[in-house]
Design a protein around this ligand. Structure first.
Ligand SMILES: NC(=O)c1ccc[n+]([C@@H]2O[C@H](COP(=O)([O-])OP(=O)(O)OC[C@H]3O[C@@H](n4cnc5c(N)ncnc54)[C@H](O)[C@@H]3O)[C@@H](O)[C@H]2O)c1
Length: 414
């Protein structure tokens, strides 16, 4: 996904391909009344960094440069990689912070070593400062495109900045590699989006440090394939008061992500992230007759022949008038990294904007991009894609001093 994202940005800024799927690059925003006829492009409405001004850097436990990694991932065709081969080849990953116990299927050698996790945080901070100096950057944003780690529940060590920093010094086992990167970024004032279901900083200590350092954060787990479909369909069933008995979702995929998720402990993180969606959208406690007995199952199967070209298959058992059952089948023959790349771009640009606008801590208005949106403590996440989009656009309107649009004028709808 990371190399697909970088390659897409390089191609788009040379005018060699379109950044399809990116709201910041292709989306518009209505301002004022419908009769005002003011519908600028989002990128002209808010002061986003331009594609031309971006520099890229990253870490990986495999030393391959971005060109070799992209060839290996086999997502993009030669006609797209060839024109940018030189730029991609020059992009070499920095050594990773990688404790293998959190991602058991990967065995890389391009890794840092340091006596404690606190030293690892310092090493990542130094990487950030150095790379920004070398590339002449004035600001940075981090987007986690690394593997899914094993499922970790927040525990005592995650409760305060103090306990977490003690845990770092004592190599606490509940502090994973992704938490170390996130901590380093927060300390450096670098806004951070988490594209994986990893816990990363979604616990009191992480929220506290983000607020303390004045850093914008967002997560977790990009909403791209099957879950995107789910959050398109489920609000529709609820809007029409159609009932649901069960939703069986299965996937086959053969990329490295699929290989990592083949381990049950890593799959557990993904499963939790994918399962939460329906419950929040359908509100079984409010509609027990319609959604009180939903059987929801999600499976991911590693199947190497498919590579990045994932197949997400859904069987949905709904019921209508007088309880008569019906079925819907969705077979999404998608491309994992092609769906994810525009989200990486949007989040980098929007988080950078949020940071400059003085927004701090969890950015719920970016829930649009996530399967398992982070919220302020005590709030439940919003999963409905259309409510999420309205919130995102209204936040942009609010930033620029425009009236909010709720679509509640004469064209009232619920
Ligand atoms: N549509 C999508 O592609 C999609 C959607 C939602 C979430 N995600 C999540 O995004 C993540 C990346 O997906 P992908 O398809 O690009 O996977 P990938 O396996 O192609 O790439 C992940 C990379 O991260 C590296 N890595 C793992 N741990 C690391 C560490 N500690 N430090 C540095 N590098 C590390 C791996 O070596 C690998 O090169 C996964 O967690 C995946 O579940 C992807």
């Amino acid at each position: 996904m990371a190399t697909t994202f970088v390659a897409g940005c390089l191609l788009a800024r040379r005018g060699l391909a379109q950044p399809v799927g990116s709201l910041t690059q292709l989306g518009t925003i209505r301002l004022g009344k419908r009769t005002d006829d003011r519908v600028p492009m989002i990128k002209d409405f808010v002061p986003l960094a331009s594609l031309d001004s971006l520099e890229f850097a990253g870490w990986d436990l495999f030393p391959e440069n971005a060109y070799d990694a992209a060839v290996h991932a086999a997502v993009l065709e030669d006609r797209h990689l060839r024109p940018i081969q030189e730029e991609l080849s020059a992009l070499k990953p920095m050594q990773a912070v990688f404790y293998p116990e959190y991602v058991k299927r990967l065995h890389g050698t391009h890794v840092k070593s340091a006596p404690t996790k606190a030293d690892m945080v310092e090493a990542v901070r130094e990487d950030i400062r150095r790379v920004m100096r070398e590339k002449g950057c004035s600001r940075a944003v981090a987007v986690w495109c690394g593997s899914t780690e094993i499922y970790v529940e927040p525990s005592d060590v995650h409760q305060s900045v103090e306990s977490f920093e003690k845990g770092l010094r004592e190599n606490h086992p509940a502090i994973t590699s992704s938490m170390i990167y996130a901590w380093a970024c927060l300390k450096e004032g670098v806004p951070y989006a988490n594209g994986a279901p990893n816990l990363t900083f979604d616990f009191p200590a992480g929220h506290e440090l983000a607020r303390e350092r004045g850093v914008a954060i967002a997560g977790k787990d990009f909403k791209t394939g099957q879950t995107l479909m789910k959050t398109l369909l489920a609000p529709g069933f609820k809007a029409r008061m159609l009932g649901l008995n069960g939703w069986f979702s299965t996937n086959i995929l053969g990329n490295r992500d699929g290989e990592v998720l083949d381990d049950p402990e890593n799959f557990k993180s993904k499963e939790v992230s994918k399962l939460g969606v329906l419950e929040h959208i359908l509100q079984p406690e409010v509609y027990p007759d319609l959604y009180g007995k939903v059987y929801h199952k999600v499976r991911i199967n590693y199947y190497p022949p498919r590579g990045d070209e994932k197949e997400g298959w859904d069987n949905i058992d709904i019921f209508g008038w007088l309880g008569y059952p019906m079925q819907i089948k969705v077979d999404f023959l998608c491309r994992d990294s092609i769906l994810a790349a525009p989200l990486v771009l949007d989040l980098a640009l929007l988080l950078d904007l949020a940071q400059r606008a003085g927004l701090r801590g969890v950015q719920e208005w970016l829930s649009f991009y996530f399967k398992s949106p982070m919220t302020a403590p005590g709030l439940y996440p919003e999963h409905d894609l259309f409510i999420q989009l309205m919130k995102l656009k209204n936040t942009l309107r609010w930033m620029q001093g425009e009236d909010l649009i709720t679509h509640l004028g004469r064209e009232y709808y619920d």
